[in-house]
Ligand binder design. Structure first.
Ligand SMILES: [Fe+2]
Length: 215
């Protein structure tokens, strides 16, 4: 939704395909006209850019898109065989099971993961999937699997390709595949500039976040 010129088109694409998802901080703040986007920034220029993006997105997201975004759930749980037998579960959140604005980066220690697992009522064998930092990583702690998917629309690990994760439960274990998918970044960069968004956002998608600007 943020830092990019196609909020309504993104919503329409998800709706047309019936893709389930959870509310990211940008989704819930735009839907509720919250005072800021819930993004982190570390200096005045980043703050200025974050506010410019948020103001643009608030203005250009339709009432219908905002209604749809406002109805997104905070989390989704998928159970093996639909839940009529015991088995592993997959929990999906945006940031953490506590708030969608908390950054769960790879430097968080195992105790942080255990604490979040307790909030999500995970047990050994379960998987929790999240994003928000736009940096992909995974770890197993006490038999529970923690996966940050990275980002399709705005990677921040220096690789401009869209990133996502395929998680499959096979033979009693989670198989993870971290996928990177090249796309026409220049079309996106040109559309960002044509929309009147800051030039920095175009540079950001070109470099996969190698430039420092709003997180
Ligand atoms: Fe986020």
């Amino acid at each position: 939704m943020g830092y990019a010129p196609w909020p309504n088109e993104a919503v329409a694409a998800l709706r047309a395909r019936g893709i389930n998802g959870v509310a990211g901080n940008y989704d819930s703040t735009v839907a509720t006209h919250y005072e800021h986007c819930g993004c982190r920034y570390e200096d005045p220029r980043q703050e200025q850019l974050a506010h410019a993006s948020y103001a643009w997105t608030l203005e250009h997201t339709s009432a219908d898109s905002k209604r749809w975004l406002g109805a997104l759930p905070f989390s989704l749980t998928v159970r093996a065989k639909g839940g009529h037998q015991s088995g592993a579960k997959l929990v999906l959140v945006h940031g953490t099971p506590v708030l969608n604005t908390v950054y769960w980066h790879a430097e968080r220690d195992d105790d942080f993961c255990r604490s979040m697992a307790e909030k999500a009522q995970l047990k050994a064998g379960d998987l929790i999937v999240f994003g928000h930092t736009h940096h992909p990583w995974s770890r197993v702690v006490d038999g529970m699997t923690f996966v940050n998917t990275g980002s399709v629309g705005r990677p921040k690990d220096g690789d401009a390709r869209a990133g996502y994760v395929i998680a499959e439960h096979r033979d009693g274990a989670w198989q993870l595949e971290f996928v990177r998918c090249a796309y026409d970044v220049e079309t996106t960069a040109a559309a960002i500039i044509a929309a009147g968004l800051p030039q920095e956002f175009a540079e950001y998608v070109r470099s996969g976040g190698a430039r420092l600007d709003p997180l």
